[in-house]
Design a binder for this molecule. Structure first.
Ligand code: KG4
Ligand code: ZN
Length: 337
């Protein structure tokens, strides 16, 4: 089965073609970073308008570059939520319209299920069950995954998502949007141990997270130092260590609680090099395996949506006939196809 995937939930227009027999055939991404950079964050209306401009040309070049005729496509998967309503509507309307015109099915996909399944696109995919750490700009979730659609949320952020904390802290340090990767680069030149930030909510039982307090910590620390380039790098270093350690502590706890031996980390923040290293090291020490998407599939992309949609279609989930979007959509509400 060949599935065309469309992702437009936020500031990336992603398209891909996935074949259930041959794997990923093609994928392309257009990032709106340059458009939003001058505003210091995503402007929803500009995002929707740019998806409108870019989506159809991107689909055309995907099909021509992969020498695929539209008759070969069996279904279309699109991100239906969570995300920005206007941005979602663009992907959903285009997907639904093409599906009607071509006489094929259109499958709405949950964006976080896309992230969660992205590591399964890699050559050595983890078998179910596993623990998934989903760390994106909008969500921080620890999920027990027993199969496609069998998700139990074990913990989540009570305030800022991990990526959001990276972005907001980066802003305080005078870094541009998107802040996560810029902060990570700055942190590399920081002095280890000069500042030590708290590991929030690790001193009590449970698997929830809270990252908003780290912003205050950053502000106070910056206010108490001269604010030189060195100071900023040291603060970035302390912040990144604190976030990564906190995530690691909770992952270890979730694995211990459930007795599972496999960990999947996905979503934008899983591109963070320090996090990848620390999780790998912990896995080697504790005896669990760690699975990541390749770097380009950590952040938003069409490949994960084509893949997730295909799994649901293979599971014989029937596609809906309407243009379905849901800006807020808890992952736990999904059921197996
Ligand atoms: O999954 P994603 O592309 O979009 C959402 O679904 O939200 O995640 C984007 C988030 C942003 O907050 C970005 O700053 C963060 O992922 N991010 C990183 C890194 N690369 C992206 N955070 C820390 N280190 C990175 N290397
Ligand atoms: Zn995402």
């Amino acid at each position: 089965m060949k599935v065309l995937g469309i992702e437009t939930s936020c500031d990336e227009t992603g398209v891909a073609l996935y074949d259930s027999e041959q794997g990923l055939l093609a994928h392309t991404l257009y990032s709106q970073v340059a458009i939003h950079a001058e505003y210091g964050g995503v402007v929803p209306e500009l995002a929707s308008r740019d998806h409108i401009r870019k989506l159809v040309p991107l689909l055309r070049s995907l099909l021509s570059d992969s020498q695929t005729r539209r008759e070969e496509i069996d279904a279309i998967a699109y991100t239906a939520g969570p995300g920005l309503i206007g941005a979602l509507m663009v992907g959903a309307s285009v997907a639904r319209s093409l599906a009607w015109a071509w006489g094929i099915r259109a499958m709405p996909v949950h964006h976080m299920e896309g992230h969660l399944l992205a590591p399964l696109l890699e050559p050595d995919p983890p078998p179910f069950p596993f623990i998934a750490l989903l760390v994106s700009g909008g969500h921080t979730l620890l999920v027990r995954v027993d199969g496609i659609g069998a998700y139990q949320t074990l913990g989540e952020s009570v305030d800022d998502a991990a990526g959001e904390a990276f972005d907001k802290t980066a802003k305080m340090l005078g870094l541009g949007y998107p802040g996560g990767p810029a902060l990570a680069r700055l942190a590399e030149g920081g002095t280890p141990g000069r500042f030590v930030f708290p590991r929030p909510m690790t001193d009590r039982p449970g698997l929830d997270f809270s990252f908003s307090g780290l912003k205050t910590h950053t502000l106070t620390t910056l206010a108490q130092s001269p604010g030189t380039a060195h100071d900023k790098a040291d603060v970035a270093h302390a912040f990144q260590e604190a976030v990564v350690d906190t995530l690691l502590i909770k992952c270890r706890r979730a694995l211990k609680q459930t007795g599972l031996k496999r960990l999947v980390a996905a979503g934008g923040v899983s591109a963070n090099r320090l996090m990848r290293e620390k999780l790998e090291r912990a896995g080697a020490q504790d005896g669990f395996t760690v699975h990541f998407p390749r770097m380009e599939f950590c952040t938003d992309n069409g490949a994960m949506i084509a893949f997730a949609g295909c799994q649901r279609l293979l599971g014989e989930q029937s596609a809906q006939a309407d243009v379905f979007v849901r800006p807020r959509w808890p992952l736990d509400e999904l059921s197996p196809p």
